[in-house]
Design a protein around this ligand. Structure first.
Ligand SMILES: Cc1cc2nc3c(=O)[nH]c(=O)nc-3n(C[C@H](O)[C@H](O)[C@H](O)COP(=O)(O)OP(=O)(O)OC[C@H]3O[C@@H](n4cnc5c(N)ncnc54)[C@H](O)[C@@H]3O)c2cc1C
Length: 531
């Protein structure tokens, strides 16, 4: 095992390559701070690839009176859409109404109604949904996203897959985002602005020496250890935020994280239109049904306490049943286990606000600076994918209390790599790509534009035939793309490519995945030898 010590001192050392760590690294690097980021696995390998993938205000949080969070997130949706029109797009959500829909018993709204309108008996009245949607439309200053409308499900195509008892629905706007690509593009942009991004690098300890942090890392592939120095430590370790505080830094802190698992199931496509459904259950919870990867439907999510971050989250049989039963309350087509083609699960690292249920725990973020050790450390709790950019701005404001930060906020309106085109420009970009690369099929071109935006051309280079892109691994994944992902986007193995850089894992079979893994292993060896 090799031991190295780095002589340079970074301003910030960020622990965690999820959306919060990468968002903070990008913002800080763009303000001229020197930044080092360590991620123990692949970027976005934990919670930030396991979300429902919505840039949303969070309609249900209104019932918890989380107005600050909802307003910030609503405003943020359009800022984010403009900066990344390739990986994010508007979506319409259909909310079927039925008088039996119930509240969760302990929301501030349900408690209030139980007192002032006891006859509602825990049911969610239609006027309350309309009020919520009115606020949703107006709290966040929409310019791009259309307003709420009402649907008669007896005539509308959105009613066709639903059971006949649903006759009325509300339709509102939120946005989709490719969560793991969002993380990777933030990391790339941070690196382009001078940050150092290290994946497969675990932080094993951090101690203060004078007014500097001395951080030990271990390369999880070679076992080599390295010592780094930094002026400020940023703990963005998501579900491990408490582990960093307690076992890596050994701080005497009372701040706690509440780990709440959420699982999703993916089925073959359940309906033909491109809108999502927002289903309310009789237990007061809600789930989404979302068109996914062209041929599939995504259903989720659940809320379950999760004991320990080291336990890999999995969709448990009871969670599968819960989601199937929930969907079966709405769809005509009755789903069973056999319809599930994939599941995934993630852990929300929520700030422990003492809420009674996992569903009720706050989704807002909390940033806590600790100076007990001598040098400052910022601990990040909670947050949403949607608020990552604002969280990074708040984090930089706190950094500014300890280090000199000369530049102010800058990230609003600055596109992520490949996102420098208009919000409604995806079709034009795909058409132009097909004109210049006539061998691309429509679905292939769209996939590339959605993943790489204006950079798709650079990835395709001067290819004039599909064969010019090298080995074909299946489902339009080519050697040229995999090389791009390995050299530009930190991919090391097949899973990095097919689950976090794209979702071709839904289409490739086991021998194809093995062939990709072997090819990447050989290629990585050649790259290391050439260095
Ligand atoms: C089921 C579910 C659905 C969700 N849906 C949405 C949604 O639709 N919209 C939305 O806005 N938000 C959503 N969220 C919330 C959002 O996904 C999270 O808030 C966000 O991803 C948290 O990001 P993070 O960077 O804090 O954590 P993570 O993504 O978990 O990143 C932390 C990283 O730190 C690394 N790490 C830990 N310890 C070490 C160490 N010692 N050394 C080096 N690295 C380390 C980990 O490997 C990990 O990659 C959802 C969350 C869940 C679970």
């Amino acid at each position: 095992m090799d031991n190295r010590s780095e002589n340079t001192v970074s301003d910030l050392f960020v622990i965690g390559g999820g959306i919060n760590g990468c968002g903070i690294a990008r913002d800080a690097a763009g303000r001229g701070l020197s930044v080092t980021l360590a991620e123990m696995n692949d970027l976005a390998s934990a919670t930030s690839s396991a979300s429902t993938k919505l840039f949303h205000g969070g309609l249900r949080y209104l019932e918890y009176f989380e107005f600050r969070l909802v307003r910030e997130a609503l405003i943020e949706r359009e800022t984010l859409l403009r900066a990344m029109p390739h990986i994010s797009w508007p979506m319409r959500f259909v909310l079927p109404y039925h008088k039996d829909m119930r509240f969760e018993a302990d929301t501030p709204t349900s408690k209030l109604l139980a007192v002032v309108m006891p006859w509602t008996k825990g049911r969610r009245p239609a006027w309350l949904i309309r009020l919520g949607l009115f606020l949703y439309d107006h709290l966040g200053g929409r310019k791009i996203l259309p307003a709420t409308s009402t649907l008669d499900l007896r005539d509308a195509p959105e009613g066709a897959p639903l059971q006949d008892r649903f006759v009325k629905a509300y339709e509102y706007s939120d946005c989709w985002v490719e969560d793991s690509r969002l993380v990777i593009l933030n990391a790339r942009d941070a690196e382009a602005r001078g940050a150092r991004i290290m994946t497969r690098t675990q932080v094993t300890s951090a101690v203060c020496e004078g007014n500097l942090w001395r951080i030990e890392t271990r390369d999880t592939e070679t076992g080599d250890t390295t010592t780094h120095f930094a002026r400020m430590l940023i703990n963005a370790a998501g579900p491990w935020v408490g582990d960093i505080i307690q076992t890596k830094v050994r701080l005497n802190s009372s701040e706690g994280v509440r780990l709440v698992r959420g699982s999703h199931i993916v089925t073959r496509k359940l309906y033909d239109h491109d809108k999502c459904y927002f289903f309310q259950g009789t237990d007061g919870r809600i789930i989404f049904a979302i068109p996914y990867e062209r041929d599939f439907t995504l259903l989720g999510t659940t809320d379950a306490e999760h004991a320990d971050p080291s336990l890999t989250p999995e969709c448990k049989p009871e969670e599968r049943d819960y989601l199937l039963n929930f969907a079966n309350e709405y769809f005509k087509q009755q789903l069973s286990d056999d319809d599930i083609v994939w599941t995934y699960s993630g852990v929300r690292p929520l700030y422990d606000d003492g809420a009674s249920s996992a569903t009720a725990a706050t989704r807002d973020y909390t940033l806590k600076v600790d100076t007990e050790s001598g040098a400052p450390m910022l601990n990040v709790f909670g947050g949403k994918i949607t608020t990552y950019r604002r969280l990074a701005e708040s984090a930089l404001a706190k950094v500014g209390n300890h280090l000199t930060v000369e530049k102010g906020r800058w990230t609003a309106g600055v596109p992520l790599p490949g996102g420098n085109f208009p919000v409604d420009g995806v079709e034009d970009l795909s058409a132009a790509l097909r004109r210049d690369y006539p061998f691309l099929g429509a679905d292939w071109a769209l996939r590339l534009v959605r993943a790489y935006g204006t950079e798709a051309r650079e990835m395709l280079g001067d290819a004039t035939r599909a064969e010019d892109l090298g080995v074909e691994f299946g489902a339009t994944l080519t050697e040229a793309e995999v090389r791009w992902l390995m050299t530009r986007e930190y991919a090391r193995c097949a899973d990095d490519v097919i689950w976090r850089r794209n979702k071709l894992g839904l289409r490739l079979d086991t021998p194809q995945v093995r062939a990709l893994d072997e090819w990447m292993g050989e290629r990585a060896g050649q790259m290391a030898a050439a260095e």
